[in-house]
Design a protein around this ligand. Sequence first.
Ligand code: INI
Length: 167
Amino acid sequence: MREIIGQVEGKGKRVAIIVSRFNQKITNILLEGALQALRQAQVAEDDIAVTKVPGAYEIPFLAKKLAFSRQFDAIICLGAVIRGETSHYDFVAGEASAGIAKVAHESDIPVIFGVLTTDTVAQALERADLNAGNKGRYAAKAALEMASLAGQWDALLPAEELVAMES
Ligand code: INI
């Protein structure tokens, strides 16, 4: 048996983080967790690009632009959509998740969903806790693991199969 395992290894990897300002008390902590994880995995400072958007709804627009630029090995999307604070929670959360998934599928680059969707601010703060399972950190590790897997499989798969996937 041959097992292909993704490594959480950041040397030489270029990573973009898109973070929404809405609920920034929470998204700033997600960003901090993501940056900690990337630095710990030795992603070079010059290889990390952080860009802010107004809200989670806007994330897919920029994710598409950055993914198709081919300048990054992975894109991390961070946001916090909180049901208690809006009646259009379902639209914002739905569009953010569907849009991010669509970019990942179409661009063939790992685009990671680090958007919290919770009922309350307290739940979101819990998932952002830097001392207990910060989801930004999780998203950053997932990004590096997926970039590693993508690189390994690109080297293993015949070029024709990769071309067919993209067409
Ligand atoms: N954006 C969020 O990121 N989180 C939310 O909880 C939220 N709420 O509550 O409305 C939210 N709304 C803004 C939205 O993302 C867009 O920025 C806005 O609709 C303009 O397109």
